[in-house]
Ligand binder design. Sequence first.
Ligand code: NAP
Length: 470
Amino acid sequence: MGAQQIGSESRPLRVAVIGSGPSAFYATEALFKAECRVRVDMFDRLPTPYGLVRGGVAPDHQKIKTVTKLYAKIAANPGFRFFGNVKLGRDVQADDLAALYDHVIYAVGNESDRKMGIPGEDLEGVHSATAFVGWYNGHPDFCDSSFDLENATSVAVVGNGNVAIDVARVLIRDPDELADTDIADYALAALRKSKVREVTLLGRRGPAQAAFSPKEIQELGDLSGVDVVVAREDGELDALSATWLEAAAPKAAHRNMRYLAEQSQGGEGSAPKKMRCRFLVSPVEVLGEGGRVRALRLQHNELQADDRGTPRPRAIDRYEEIEAQAVFAAIGYRGVKIEGVPFDDGWGVIPNVEGRVLSERDGAVVEGQYVVGWAKRGPTGLIGTNSPDSKSTVAAMLEDIAGVTAPALAADEAAGIERLLDERGVSYVTYEDWQRLDQYEVERGQEKGKVRDKLSSIEEMLEVVQKLRS
Ligand code: NAP
């Protein structure tokens, strides 16, 4: 048989998706909905799918996690296969994928974080939010981390985004309220022993520029036994922020400001635990004693409009120290370079134009390679933001195959990847394996009165997968 149109009944479009978080599933969904025949093989370096929905979303936000029901429906398409425990750059190389697939979609997210870049950052007790979030969620990369909360009463969380809020909430919330969630058992045990009574959230800009969502900050205020404390002066809108709110700010900023202004009227409150929201301060040094953090030195900022009128922080000559026996930096994520895949080190993303991968920033388009999600646009947006984002990349993919033909595929072509993984001794996890593991975790959870009891070691996951197969 001669050349056939790629994406036709007789010559499906073969796509490898690297990563299995929301952006990966939304891209897969868009491909299956397209008027073209597609086969999707999705790879994850972990044995389990769902990326940040499993390893990032906080355990007390179970409702958000129900989005996996949609992903399971997408995975039920006969053209879908999952290869868990397969890492690009270790088990398979970019060249292998180029030989086996027409297109590769990188949905690899942002697996590292931004550093504060200040003296003392390496002291014991200074942590990244990434590590803490991964730890309480039982992520294999972080399940062996430890956080000394038994010797901490005051904690600082740097950053004003939703990750900062998640970290702050898990630190201050009554652990009993987490007991029936899918939080890792070791994390719940550590939180039960925690002495943390005061969490200070540090924003480098003003309350009107906070990056968190209104719902998230209000949830802190609804926690039992916790007062959200905002200084009176932070409840008053400055002239620059007022102009910006009027002209350019998102609705969320208005709602945040209203809520924080209300809170600023409440003073210290009478609850035993305090969540202090501080604004216009930047940590400039972590101060230690005996190798451990004891305080943060803060420099005050004022707001100054940039050339677009957006208020930005400018340091002023005023300093203070706040007590903290633990510090968590939640100032944003960044991508990690994968061998053989272009990477923009400055922006921490895979360089691209509308989802088409470029050899470098402003470089040439790399044929057959695409990117979605945080690896494409940086660490912004909620889970749902990834749906239109992935759809736009898929639209580019479909445009690129219009009128493109290829020779017919060999009858056993689809088994090529399995043969390659078998030859290399890679124990990959299929979607069926995952479904059994999923049920296993849920049943283990039920015995303990939790929604799920996660396995957090890859070794144990693979052992259980083997056992459940037989
Ligand atoms: P983010 O929303 O971008 O917030 C990062 C915060 O860090 C900002 O307040 C930023 O301040 C601050 N920051 C950056 N560099 C700093 C520095 N050097 N010193 C002090 N502060 C600094 O990022 P994120 O919180 O990591 O969240 C990532 C994405 O996931 C967001 O879109 C978020 O909404 C989403 N998410 C959602 C949920 C949820 O819906 N429940 C939960 C978690 C995450 P500036 O604004 O001044 O830059």
